[in-house]
Design a protein around this ligand. Sequence first.
Ligand SMILES: [Mn+2]
Length: 295
Amino acid sequence: MKRTKKSNHKPTAILSGDWHLREDQPVCRTDDYWTAQWDKVAFIAEMQRKYDCPVLHSGDLFHHWKPSPYSLTTAIEHFPYPLHIVYGNHDLPQHNLDLTYKCGIRTLEAAERVSVLHETHWGEVPEGGSIFFPTYNSSRVLIWHVMTWTGERPWPGCQDPTAEEILDRYPQFDLILTGHNHKTFIVEQDGRLLINPGSMMRMAADQENHEPCVFLWYAETNEVERVVLPHEKGVVSRDHIEARDDQDDSRYQAFIKGLQEDAPQISFRANLEEFFRQQSTGKKVKEMVWGSVEE
Ligand SMILES: [Mn+2]
């Protein structure tokens, strides 16, 4: 992996995103998902204490904007601190930034367990000149919940910017940390980095081979070190998809095949986003649709 090294220096920050913490069990998982996710949070919190550095989080802290009281209590007890975050689409009621006062993240902010950054939440386009963007050792950092990708287009007709385009658009930042795409990747351009940590958990059948990880970032040299989070193999099952394959309906089969080839979690939402874009759907209608998707 490019621009990576093992350093003897203390890392400046731990980079992570897309934790999607939840109390229910994803249909593809055969293990104790609740324990698996909090073990990963505990591992990150332990690293935070060891290196005494902040955790930077690129959004989708929770799977739903209204996490259960049990999830919130566990978060208060076990989160690393400091934890700097932006709102992801899953963190927001109806994808609406005016409603953050209702969100679970707001509870954690009021309890002073997280600090929420400005102007780079889901749906926002950073101005780039804002005083709010964090700086470490004179390295400027952009933390943004936005769909981005590199290499193979994630789905036909995807209009979202590539990592390379985002690096071009924001030359003032040394490090750009993104979330939303659950795949892990790094793109380097002239010593500048875009890091997309990917999801902390394997939540969908197509993520069987995904390796959950975080990155240690060293501002002095602008390098990162990938740290794989301890995780159990063989706990992601396709049985729920294969059982449905038995049904004798060719259109349904084709749909399921599409799911198998794509990322089910992200593609449904991405398809909806794409549909809204093509239809120039109004804000009110979009909010109603996202509201019912959250149910
Ligand atoms: Mn996400």
